[in-house]
Design a protein around this ligand. Structure first.
Ligand SMILES: [Mg+2]
Length: 360
């Protein structure tokens, strides 16, 4: 039995209106999908990134894994890392490796006829998720509606909003929006904020203190996640937790971040860090430093692995990706009482590209 084909596609899913966070504006979600085939079965993986990722998979990664035994994911992963020496992995290549790795794990579970979470070895039946959105481009009413939906309809006990508007240029509005969010969800819901690296260190110290007074307990990327010493300083000073890690693509990145004492909880994105293989490696790094992990974005993709991560805090239920996934995929899990349950009745992760979007 051998890996036969790797079929790539880039799907652009437009948003109803453009969105912003502290340091970026966007109007669509682009999802690059990879379908791997072997022995008449298909595995599906994907990443959220530029369409160019598909070209990296086609040109660099597919030749490295085609013909291998689909059960030997370790060998395939190693071959992809080796083949991309001259197209270095901390970037789009890692996004491509991630999509292929996820497709290979899905394929293996389907070939074995078991759910992916069972192949990983579950340690929990449900995965706690937190609602994530609250873009700086929203009106106060839009913000309240989104947060209230997650709490009252989906039963979530934690939500996260974006701050750091205009690269830290509107701190007064940032704090106003945090107060609006607190009023919207009430005192009992965990309120988290994400500045996407928008502030300088002095600003971040001040915002952390004000946010803590509004009951914020999670302050994500208060400054650039490249500035590990500043994150460590904030961590030692602020009463909120300091978190980062979403841009990590290698275990060395996560080791440096944890080793610098930069975060209270390590964020990891399997669609960037090397798929499920990279996610489990990153979680092991965090565990060695006594830290929990929280998965970043891509909630449906992360769910089967989250069920098998002993040191998981929660998974991010990111509004844009929930929306894009629903456009592209069948078989998605739904939130119930603030958690998702990886499907246990179909092989693999249980998701398929919708009719007309796949290779058939
Ligand atoms: Mg973030």
């Amino acid at each position: 039995m051998s890996i036969k084909e790797l079929w790539t596609a880039a799907h652009r899913v437009p948003l109803p209106e453009s969105e912003t966070d502290g340091t970026l504006a966007w109007s669509a979600t682009t999802v690059v999908t990879v379908v791997v085939t072997a022995d008449g079965e298909q595995g599906l993986g994907w990443t959220y990134g530029p369409a160019a990722v598909a070209g990296v998979v086609d040109e660099v990664l597919a030749p490295a894994v085609r013909g291998l035994d689909p059960h030997d994911i370790g060998r395939a992963h190693l071959r992809m890392r080796q083949a991309s020496r001259n197209a270095p992995t901390p970037g789009l290549t890692s996004y491509g490796i991630s999509a292929v790795d996820v497709a290979l794990w899905d394929l293996k579970a389907r070939l074995l006829g078991i759910p992916l979470s069972a192949l990983f070895g579950q340690c929990r039946d449900t995965v706690a998720v937190y609602g994530s959105g609250g873009f700086t481009s929203m009106t106060d009413d839009q913000l309240c509606d989104q947060l209230a939906g997650w709490v009252s309809h989906d039963g979530m006990t934690a939500v996260k909003i974006k701050i750091g508007e205009a690269r830290g240029g509107h701190v007064t509005r940032d704090l106003h929006r945090v107060a609006v969010a607190r009023d919207a969800v009430g005192a009992d819901v965990t309120l988290m904020i994400d500045a996407n690296g928008a502030y300088d260190t002095k600003q971040a110290l001040a915002v952390a203190a004000d946010a803590a007074r509004l009951g914020v307990t999670w302050f994500e990327e208060p400054v650039s996640s490249d500035r590990l010493a500043d994150l460590a300083l904030l961590r030692s000073t602020a009463t909120t937790e300091i978190t980062a890690g979403e841009y990590g693509t290698t275990t060395e990145y996560f080791r440096r971040m944890c080793g610098a004492g930069a975060v209270d909880c390590l964020q990891v994105d399997a669609t960037r860090c090397g798929g499920y293989t990279g996610l489990f490696a990153a979680a092991a790094v965090a565990d060695a430093f006594g830290l929990q992990v929280s998965t970043h974005c891509g909630p449906h993709l992360h769910a089967p692995a989250c069920a098998a991560l002993p040191n998981l805090r929660h998974a991010e239920w990111f509004a844009d990706h929930v929306r894009a996934d629903a456009v592209l995929f069948d078989g998605l899990a739904h939130v119930h009482r603030g958690a998702v349950q990886p499907q246990r009745h179909r092989p693999g992760h249980g998701m398929h590209l919708r009719q007309g979007l796949g290779p058939d």
